[in-house]
Design a binder for this molecule. Structure first.
Ligand SMILES: CC(C)(COP(=O)(O)OP(=O)(O)OC[C@H]1O[C@@H](n2cnc3c(N)ncnc32)[C@H](O)[C@@H]1OP(=O)(O)O)[C@@H](O)C(=O)NCCC(=O)NCCS
Length: 377
């Protein structure tokens, strides 16, 4: 009997030095450094560069990278026009996929798949994803696109371009931390998709457009949006316990809990919960936070023994919504962070490339013959 690895679960197809996950113990590291330390000490810019280079950068390397990102923040006018004229009401991930593909048309280096070009394009895309996503949000709201500012951090500038207002230092730090938590996560579906495309020696824009398509699906990037829908459905904290017990009795999946890899607390959810607790202690517990606290308690008590614990999406939606970000933009923001992981993974894989070409067990008939159209029933 042939074994089929459904969903490719447990299949090892390459080596990587970027990200390590131990799902049983809830461990996530980048370059061997725990995610909690990255979240506490680092920035989106630094983690992005560390993954692209495969090592912690020096201060000088980081300053150069930061200057490169800033110099590449602006998007071509032709792309801004395309974004402005996209149909209203399209999903922002559709808009992002189209915008990134169009950006490739405007980049004279786009067809160059050499190592240096892949890296240069990565830097430009990491910088420009932010401007593109903010522009899509503004255009969808019928507002003017806001030009990037060069004196703000990557996270601060994104919030500025999104809202037209300069964020506070606390908002910037919080958003930066959320980006850090999402930069990379091993061989997830979108990273694998980017690598599969790059393995044919296709160009970086094709790789990233493929990855955006994979991230768009609700089993991957869309769960935090679903958590917010659930919180709105619960309404008030006093209804949370009965709501979640009824869902569990009916064997309905609870959004934001459970993970293919983590069978204990997702460490990223702990970082976000700790942040939520700090805010709750300062400003009082928000309704959303109180509902989440109850859901977490009931879920861990009732199905923790099955390895079902809160994942990163459990708290991230409330963090974004505290920052005034609309639900439909949660998945594009995931892409805003993950672009660095996608680029770093593609660069690492193409350094020792082999075309990805798995196989399927054929279960169809083997003794058929062609039947002329007029002779078919
Ligand atoms: C992420 C997910 C697809 C992983 O699923 P998986 O690894 O295939 O886990 P399984 O479906 O094998 O689940 C094992 C058991 O836990 C239960 N379970 C899994 N996720 C659950 C959830 N979110 N709520 C309630 N029960 C859940 C299953 O029903 C199953 O129970 P059983 O053994 O009695 O049949 C799943 O947990 C899920 O759909 N979660 C909600 C969506 C989400 O938050 N996704 C974002 C991931 S970062």
């Amino acid at each position: 009997m042939t074994n089929i690895a459904k969903g490719l679960e447990g299949v090892l197809f390459t080596e990587s030095k970027l990200t390590f996950i131990n799902g049983a113990e809830g461990v996530l590291t980048h370059l061997g450094i725990p995610i909690q330390e990255w979240a506490e000490n680092s920035t989106f810019e630094e983690l992005s560069l560390a993954l692209l280079n495969g090592q912690l950068p020096t201060a000088a390397q980081l300053a150069t990278f930061d200057a490169d990102l800033k110099a590449n923040r602006a998007i071509p006018d032709a792309l801004a026009q395309v974004i402005t004229h996209m149909p209203r009401g399209v999903h922002p991930m559709q808009a992002l996929r189209t915008a990134v593909s169009y950006l490739g048309l405007l980049d004279p280096q786009s067809e160059d798949t050499g190592a240096e070009a892949r890296r240069a394009i990565s830097v430009r895309m990491i910088a420009q994803f932010s401007t593109i996503i903010a522009a899509i949000s503004r255009a969808q709201e019928g507002k003017e696109i806001v030009a990037p500012r060069m004196d703000l951090t990557h996270a601060g500038n994104f919030l500025y371009m999104l809202t037209g207002k300069e964020p506070t230092a606390e908002q910037t730090r919080l958003f930066d931390m959320a980006l850090v938590l999402h930069v990379d996560h091993g061989m997830n579906a979108s990273t694998f998709t980017a690598i599969a495309t790059s393995s044919t020696l296709s160009d970086m824009y094709s790789c990233m457009t493929s990855a955006i398509g994979a991230l768009k699906g609700p089993l991957h990037g869309g769960a935090n949006e679903a958590v917010m829908d659930m919180l709105d459905e619960v309404g008030t904290p006093d209804k949370a316990e009965a709501y979640i017990n009824a869902k569990l009795d009916a064997k309905t999946k609870i959004m934001g809990v459970g993970h293919r890899v983590y069978k204990y607390f997702d460490p990223r959810s702990r970082v976000l919960r700790d942040y939520a607790e700090v805010v709750a202690n300062k400003e009082g517990k928000s309704t959303y936070y109180q509902i989440l606290e109850t859901i977490e308690k009931v879920v861990v008590e009732r199905i923790g023994s099955k390895g079902i614990y809160p994942n990163v999406d459990f708290y991230s939606g409330t963090v974004y919504s505290d920052l005034g970000i609309r639900k439909e933009f949660f998945t594009p923001i995931f892409a805003l962070a993950r672009i660095s992981g996608w680029c770093a993974s593609v660069i690492e894989y193409t350094g020792d490339n082999r075309l990805l070409r798995p196989d399927a067990v054929y279960t169809g008939v083997t003794d058929a013959h062609y039947v002329q159209l007029q002779d078919r029933q």
